[in-house]
Design a protein around this ligand. Structure first.
Ligand SMILES: [Zn+2]
Length: 268
């Protein structure tokens, strides 16, 4: 076909050059300036031409309308993304979180090559662990991964709440999502049910080679001791061994207090 561009649309002149025979289409006029517009066709069945569009008018009115439509489309996409963030568990106060730390950026950049590797982010309170967890969750959601961000306590509450129904189904949301981010691991109880449930979720993901991202104020060894405090040492060891095997360790330094000054808080 003589059409130089890859577009399937042809002007009447191009269609004639390409050897089509047709009667000229109904004239169309710009709804903003009233000027005639150049009709565009595509080839339909059996060589019939379908006049379905026009070369866009370049008048101010038409341009403004196009700009408005583009803006509305962008706003709709931004709204949908914000809803997806909320569904994944990202809290409103962390919606602005961005990946700033080089270790986290490197992790995201290498994720396609090592999609089963997680992160174990540790550091003192106020080091920005929840901020980091939210920033990572946003990056995964925006890339289309089914992502769940939760605290360990909220996750266990969710599983427990599903006991009236199907406990396995309650844990499935956490076991089967593409990326699970557990914020503040180590704050939960250490009883037998908690340790068994945590192990079940972390082990299911380990077996399925799905990445799990952890934040904790405890290092993996400290976490293991803490999880053993009610006598569930076997589960505690199993959980932390899985995490050590699959997660890259990131240690965050304490955040400077300028952050607190900005937020209008004072360190007590
Ligand atoms: Zn116009």
């Amino acid at each position: 076909m003589a059409n130089k561009s890859m577009s399937p649309f042809m002007t009447a002149e191009q269609a004639r050059e390409a050897g089509f025979e047709f009667t000229d289409p109904e004239p169309k006029h710009c709804e903003y300036c009233g000027e005639p517009m150049e009709p565009l066709c595509i080839e339909g069945r059996e060589g019939h031409l379908l006049w379905i569009s026009c070369v866009p008018c370049t008048c101010d009115g038409a341009r403004q309308a196009e700009e408005l439509a583009r803006k509305e489309q962008e706003e709709r996409a931004a709204r949908e993304l914000e809803q997806a963030y909320a569904r994944s568990g990202i809290k409103k106060r962390f919606l602005g979180a961005e990946v700033e730390r080089p270790q986290l950026a490197r992790y995201l950049n290498s994720f396609n090559d090592e999609p089963s590797v997680g992160l174990y982010i540790t550091g003192p309170s106020r080091a920005g662990k929840s901020h980091s967890a939210s920033a990572l969750a946003k990056a995964f959601v925006a890339s289309g991964y089914r992502t769940v961000l939760t605290t360990s306590i909220a996750m266990l509450d969710d599983v427990k709440a599903s006991f009236d129904g199907d406990a396995k189904a309650g844990a499935a949301r956490f076991s089967s999502c593409d990326v699970l981010i557990i914020d503040d691991l180590g704050k939960e109880n250490a009883n037998s049910w908690v340790m068994t449930t945590l192990f079940q979720i972390i082990n299911d993901r380990y077996e399925a080679m799905k990445p799990t991202i952890i934040t904790s104020q405890y290092t993996p060894d400290e976490l293991c001791r803490r999880m053993s405090r009610a006598g569930e040492r076997e589960s505690a060891v199993a959980i932390t061994e899985r995490l050590k095997e699959t997660c890259r360790l990131v240690t965050l330094p304490r955040r400077k207090s300028v952050y607190l000054v900005e937020a209008g808080l004072s360190e007590t």
